[in-house]
Design a binder for this molecule. Structure first.
Ligand code: NCD
Length: 329
């Protein structure tokens, strides 16, 4: 699970379906699914929501988890990603959840370990599980729980979803901009030139750029606000007062231009910068729901990754037995 581009709409449907099943399954039976399977969380960047929900998701399915974070491990002494991955595999890890500041790091880890890797955010590239939980939030709120598993090219037809802010440095924006249009949504990207280059509209179909927030809001059914990724700006200087004046989502703006829109934010929110507390805590905000959906989505991703490898290990064992039998004969 390195990128949303690897998922077919059928895969997306399967993940949403599995998320709903796992959420509804009794706790004790769910805990048998990945009983004693070993899941490693390898985090080179800080995280609250993603890390905790992956860990709780793995534990809910009965797996044993171990957390390795850059600051308290041999990574600090200079150990490479490849060697760290090989070490985790030698200790019995069957799946690694990776967050890394370099775009593409999960590909390298997958190659080095041959294990299922779940990308928990790589540099400015992608954050697939976030896009899937955002999708589940949008489906549940817009289509209702009954249709929340639907994933066809028409599922989001007629909906306009606006992503606002630091789009260039946001892996959340990229995964969403690659996924949502495939389900029929029209996606508007809104932000100032240094954080949203003109070329962004070319990353996929059904994407348009509108640099005027009020105009973009007036078209929106869903507004996704983003944090300015200050750790990735590499020297870029922003006039924050100007940014706030043009792009902050405050209650007056929301009431005037999008009084019915759903407000999303992947977190962490910087209250007073990209949005005000009134909006973050207001009735249109679905921020806590997003976090809640993260748990079910991540259970589904782990079950999908590990139940598949279990089958292939069993198959390998079966093949070995057959080979032995035939040699005896
Ligand atoms: C995001 C991330 O790390 O990419 N957070 C998250 O995982 N929910 C967004 C951010 O850091 O701004």
């Amino acid at each position: 699970m390195l990128s949303v581009t690897h998922l077919t709409l059928q895969d997306v449907h399967h993940i949403l379906d599995l998320a709903a099943d796992l959420e509804a399954e009794p706790v004790l039976s769910r805990a048998q699914r990945l009983l004693k399977r070993r899941v490693a969380l390898l985090f080179y960047e800080s995280s609250t929501r993603t890390r905790t929900s992956f860990e709780l998701a793995a534990k809910s399915l009965g797996a044993d988890t171990v957390l390795v974070s850059a600051l308290s491990s041999s990574i600090e002494k200079g150990e490479s990603l490849k060697d760290t991955g090989i070490t985790l595999r030698a200790l019995g890890a069957e799946c690694i959840i990776l967050r890394h500041p370099s775009s593409g790091a999960p590909y390298l880890l997958a190659q080095a370990t041959q294990l299922p890797i779940l990308n928990a955010g790589d540099g400015i590239h992608e954050h697939p599980s976030q896009a899937l939980l955002d999708l589940r939030t949008i489906l549940t709120r817009r289509l209702g729980a009954k249709q929340a598993q639907s994933a066809t090219a028409q599922t989001l037809a007629g909906l306009t979803i606006t992503i606002v802010g630091d789009i260039f440095h946001s892996r959340v924006a990229r995964s969403n901009a690659l996924l949502l249009p495939r389900l029929g949504a029209r996606v508007v990207l809104c932000g100032p030139e240094p954080l949203l280059p003109e070329s962004a509209a070319a990353i996929g179909p059904n994407l348009v750029i509108d640099r005027n927030l009020d105009r973009a809001l007036a078209q929106s059914d869903v507004v996704m606000m983003l944090r300015i990724q200050k750790e990735r700006l590499s020297g870029l200087r922003l006039d924050l007062e100007d940014y706030i004046a043009r792009y902050q989502l405050d209650a007056a703006r929301l009431a005037a231009h999008a009084p019915k829109a759903l407000v999303l934010h992947p977190g962490p929110m910087i209250r007073g910068l990209e949005l005000t507390s009134e909006v973050a805590d207001g009735p249109q905000s679905a921020v806590a729901e997003q976090v809640h959906h993260g748990l079910a989505i991540r259970m589904a991703l782990l079950a999908r990754a590990l139940e598949a490898t279990k089958t292939s290990t069993n198959k390998t064992k079966a093949t070995v037995k057959t080979v032995k039998k035939s040699t005896r004969r």
